[in-house]
Structures are given as structure tokens and as C-alpha cells.
Design a protein around this ligand. Structure first.
Ligand code: ITT
Length: 181
């Protein structure tokens, strides 16, 4: 079976492909722009996006809305993560965090899956720390400045290593549990 991953981000597709390999489900990178509503709720973004995609006649797909929520910045960039990444980037985030002692942060990943006419929406979380500098060249987005255990950043891990502990990996495990049920 095949699932479309509707995203502009090829890094997400690579992570989904690895995570679904064991189930023999093939991921197809599918580019279909959809409206990401401005709300503080990742689930709402995903549900509204799914309604729009289904209204366009596309079925059997995954959408993913993810944010990095930094404790000391009261959850910023959170739902504005894509905008923050495009404008100030990782260097800008590190600048905002200069001299800040509390480095705690978490990624939240909301997955919406449309499969055989059913809708499953799950959220996976990964807590960790904002590093002092960018480290590593793998992954994408905030990976070089986020470390789940204060040692390696996600950008210093392979896709398999990241999936084992990441927000997306945790969300996929919840999704697979529901798919099996
Ligand atoms: P789509 O909306 O087209 O799927 P996107 O990359 O904009 O692609 P999000 O809105 O979910 O996806 O992501 C918000 C930002 O967070 C964006 O800049 C991503 O690069 C970044 N991001 C998402 N998942 C991430 C991860 O696992 N590791 C690091 N950064 C991530």
C-alpha cells in the first residue's frame, strides 16, 4: 500500500519512509499546497488542512504540522516555527537564547492520516534542549540546535536514530498502534 505525504519538506518524507518500512507501506512525496490556518492549536491546523485536501478529491495521505516550543521564550516559535525558520533561522533563535540559562524546549508533531476513509490524528512530543551553537549537518530545520539529551543534536543522528526518540517517531508509533487496532 502507498500513502501520500503531503508536504513541501523532503526531510519529513525520508523520516516517514524509514518509520513505515517495517509495515511495508510506501511513502509518496506529494506536493499540494493547503492553507495552514493561524491558530495556536496544531490539531486544528491539521484537521482544517485535511478537510481542504479531501475536498480537492485526494485520499490516503499524511499531513504533518510540527513546532518547536522553547520554554524560556514562552513557547516561541511554536506555531510560528516555519515563519521563524524562514526569517531569523537557527542563528536568530540562538541569538534570542544568548545568556539564557533555561535551555529546555520541546518539539510537538501532529500527524493527520487519512486512510481507507478513516481519519486518525495523533500528537508526538520530544523534550530536549537548545544548544549553544549549531552542530551537525543531517536532518533539517531546527535539527542542528536541538538535542534531546544535551549530548548529540538531531542533526548529528541518522534518520533511524532520530526516529527512535523524536516527536515524529513518537507520533508515528501512536499512529501505527491505531492503524493496527
Ligand atoms: P510542510 O508544512 O509543507 O509540511 P514545513 O517544513 O513548513 O513543511 P512545518 O510547518 O510542520 O513544516 O514545520 C515548521 C518548521 O519546523 C519548519 O521550518 C520545519 O523545518 C521545522 N521542523 C519540522 N519538523 C522538524 C524536525 O523534525 N526537526 C527540525 N525542524 C523541524
Amino acid at each position: 500500500m502507498k500513502l501520500k505525504v503531503i508536504t513541501s519538506n523532503p526531510g519529513k518524507v525520508a523520516e516517514y519512509q524509514k518509520a513505515f518500512d517495517e509495515l511495508g507501506i510506501e511513502m509518496e512525496h506529494y506536493k499540494l499546497p493547503y492553507d495552514e490556518v493561524q491558530t495556536s492549536d496544531l490539531r486544528e491546523v491539521v484537521n482544517k488542512g485535511m478537510d481542504e485536501i479531501i475536498a480537492k478529491g485526494v485520499r490516503n495521505f499524511i499531513v504533518d504540522d510540527t513546532g518547536l516550543f522553547i520554554d524560556a521564550l514562552k513557547g516561541f516559535p511554536g506555531v510560528w516555527s516555519a515563519y521563524a525558520q524562514k526569517t531569523i533561522g537557527n542563528k536568530g533563535i540562538l541569538k534570542l537564547m544568548e545568556g539564557v540559562e533555561d535551555r529546555g524546549a520541546e518539539f510537538r508533531c501532529c500527524i493527520g492520516c487519512d486512510i481507507d476513509g478513516k481519519r486518525i490524528v495523533v500528537v508526538g512530543v520530544c523534550r530536549g534542549y537548545i544548544t549553544d551553537s549549531e552542530k551537525g549537518t543531517d536532518g533539517f530545520g531546527f535539527d542542528p540546535i536541538f538535542s534531546p539529551d544535551g549530548k548529540l543534536t538531531f542533526a548529528e543522528m541518522s534518520v533511524d536514530e532520530k526516529n527512535l526518540i523524536s516527536h515524529r517517531g513518537n507520533a508515528v508509533r501512536l499512529l501505527i498502534e491505531q492503524l493496527k487496532g
